[in-house]
Design a protein around this ligand. Sequence first.
Ligand code: AMP
Ligand code: ZN
Length: 113
Amino acid sequence: MDCLFCKIIAGDIPAQRLYEDDECVIIRDIEPQAPTHVLVLPRTHLDSLDKASASDDKLLGKLLLEAANFARREGFADAGYRVVINTNVDGGQTVFHLHVHLLAGRPFIFPPG
Ligand code: AMP
Ligand code: ZN
């Protein structure tokens, strides 16, 4: 499958890998939108949140928990952070392998643009 994040997970394309376990990999975003900007990637390919079904419930929870764990480990959880899942074209999704953005290190406005 011609998927950028599957290739990164497989190690075929380099990325700054910050955490990994059996189910997910956390990498640094190549075009950071905040002082900290990482992506939580499930190892299994799923095009987007729009393709998720009941059988993905544990995986979806896992991605959010690992984002929270990363924030606590890195020491910015108390200050706060933003978690984003861009979904399909209007949602601003550009890479069609489900991923959770975790942004921190500056205040974020709401709603986002
Ligand atoms: P999205 O627009 O929500 O699909 O997010 C895709 C994200 O992947 C963007 O924030 C990009 O900057 C990031 N990205 C694209 N290519 C790479 C790469 N090779 N390594 C790390 N992050 C990437
Ligand atoms: Zn993929």
